[in-house]
Design a protein around this ligand. Structure first.
Ligand SMILES: Nc1ncnc2c1ncn2[C@@H]1O[C@H](COP(=O)(O)OP(=O)(O)O)[C@@H](O)[C@H]1O
Ligand SMILES: Cc1cn([C@H]2C[C@H](O)[C@@H](COP(=O)(O)OP(=O)(O)O)O2)c(=O)[nH]c1=O
Length: 212
């Protein structure tokens, strides 16, 4: 039985997800909550092995193989890390989840082909765990490109993809937010200061928190 709260952060690369995850973890811990901060692809020992393959594998995978590998990692992460933490009443903060598979593989690589979106939705249904809240961080691509340039040269498979791919991903995330407005909150000012973004997110989370 789930009794904790499952919160995910989504958006393109460099939009500030990892930064916000840390700030939220610290803020929630200072309110006395037990928090697990994790990420995808990865987050469990087995899933971290699959992350290496997905991001840095020498050979490309076919689209469906790539989707299934993201989900293989996700099932391990959910089964061995996320679900046990939620069962203990922890707040789980996760950097990316199934919305990223929809956006990157479904809308980015498959350009929104219905059969591919259906496959991802079916795998998500099998997983049987949806985030309680998702924050979609959005900032102009020019800003995130500058941030990534400071962070270093593009390294993994996805960061190296062309601009049209990244535009489809951004549109894909917006489509998901339009379809599920109750769950997905858009943070359209992710280019503002880290503190401003964090307090906006905390304002949304606070009413949903259990009493400590
Ligand atoms: N609100 C912000 N304003 C300016 N720089 C930021 C902000 N949030 C994050 N950064 C910087 O941008 C870069 C990418 O942030 P990061 O949190 O790693 O993004 P993501 O996890 O979405 O890829 C990092 O160098 C980080 O310090
Ligand atoms: C979870 C997930 C991630 N990805 C991609 C998005 C990112 O480019 C990459 C994860 O790399 P990561 O370095 O964690 O991303 P970021 O720089 O945004 O913090 O994997 C998918 O394509 N599908 C997925 O299901």
């Amino acid at each position: 039985m789930q009794s904790g709260l499952f919160i995910t952060l989504e958006g393109g690369e460099g939009v500030g997800k990892s930064t916000q995850l840390r700030l939220l973890r610290d803020a929630l811990q200072s309110h006395g909550y037990r928090v697990l901060a994790t990420r995808e692809p990865g987050g469990s020992a087995g899933a971290e092995d699959l992350r290496q393959l997905l991001l840095f594998g020498k050979n490309p995978l076919s689209l469906r193989a790539e989707i299934l590998t993201h989900f293989a990692a996700r099932f391990d992460h959910v089964d061995t890390v996320i679900r046990p933490a939620l069962a203990e009443g922890q707040i789980v903060l996760c950097d990316r989840f199934t919305d990223s598979t929809m956006a990157y593989q479904g809308y980015g690589r498959a350009e929104g082909q219905p059969a591919v979106l259906d496959l991802i939705a079916a795998l998500q249904a099998q997983l049987g765990l949806m985030p309680d809240m998702t924050f979609l961080l959005q900032a102009p691509r020019e800003i995130t490109r500058q941030r990534l340039a400071v962070r270093g040269v593009p390294t993994d498979r996805y960061e190296k993809a062309d601009e049209a791919f990244h535009a489809r991903i951004a549109a894909g995330f917006m489509a998901i937010a339009d379809q599920q407005p109750e769950r997905v909150k858009c943070i359209t000012t992710a280019n503002h200061s880290q503190e401003a973004v964090s307090s906006l997110i905390m304002k949304e989370i606070l009413p949903r928190l259990p009493h400590v």
